[in-house]
Design a protein around this ligand. Structure first.
Ligand SMILES: [Zn+2]
Length: 238
């Protein structure tokens, strides 16, 4: 019988095997990673254990900066997500932000019920609002799985819009920089990622979401004080 400690030990053993394999294949592998990270992608995904960003995209360590939460939600008051976003955009200079939902999402399914989930209610409220907004369209679909899948898509699109509404994204676009924003859905049944929506850098949002950055602009969403040299924070090799 497997005890909890041997379960965790299995992961440590697998880690040793993994580290040795990579050191054999590429002797400089860990040295190179220890020097810096220069990921091109920020991934905002669901915490679901079946949707690990690097595994399903075949990406290597160092390629994807990752933030995950229940049902891949972008909340404009979430200090955790905003910190990750600001660091990814302003310091790492990622060129793509991917919001990835997935079929069979427990968070989306829970949000479609009238069950009381305690403290989770506050988080699920973000998805319930999207469900309520598209209630007639979703409820007209046949079968609970199809309805859930549609809300998964709509949720990914809504979170992409929430990203575009942030000052940190719009400020980057105003500087003529990236990133592109992508809403994707992962299909649990066949392991395939499907593109739902893409937003190119510089896309103008309808009023009142489009911000203007004049001299009176108040900078609140930034880790970098005005005038600071960002190259000191930038970990990219130069
Ligand atoms: Zn999920």
């Amino acid at each position: 019988m497997t005890t909890p400690s041997t379960e965790a030990e299995r992961l440590l053993l697998q880690n040793r095997a993994w580290a040795q394999l990579h050191a054999l294949r590429e002797p400089d592998f860990f040295n190179r990673l220890a020097q810096s990270q220069a990921p091109r992608f920020l991934w905002i995904g669901c915490s679901d254990s079946r949707v690990p960003a690097e595994t399903i995209t075949g990406a290597a360590p160092g390629e994807i900066f990752v933030h995950r939460n229940i049902a891949n939600v972008v909340v404009h008051t979430d200090l955790n997500l905003l910190s990750v976003l600001v660091y990814a955009i302003e310091v790492l200079k990622v060129q793509h932000v991917i919001v990835c939902g997935h079929q069979g999402c427990g968070g989306v399914r829970a949000a479609m019920t009238d069950n009381d989930f305690g403290v989770l209610n506050m988080w699920l409220r973000n998805i319930k609002d999207i469900y309520a907004e598209h209630f007639e369209e979703i409820e007209a679909l046949p079968g609970s799985t199809v309805r859930e899948d549609r809300l998964v898509e709509l949720n990914a699109q809504a979170q992409l819009m929430n990203l575009a509404k942030t000052a940190v994204i719009q400020r980057a676009w105003d500087r003529g920089e990236g990133p592109s924003l992508h809403a994707w859905v992962y299909h649990i049944g066949d392991g395939m990622l499907k593109e739902v929506q893409t937003m190119r850098p510089g896309t103008k949002l309808p009023s009142p979401w489009q911000l203007s950055f004049g001299p009176m602009s108040v900078r609140t969403e930034s880790v970098i004080p005005e005038g600071q040299d960002t190259t000191k924070l930038d970990q990219r090799p130069r």
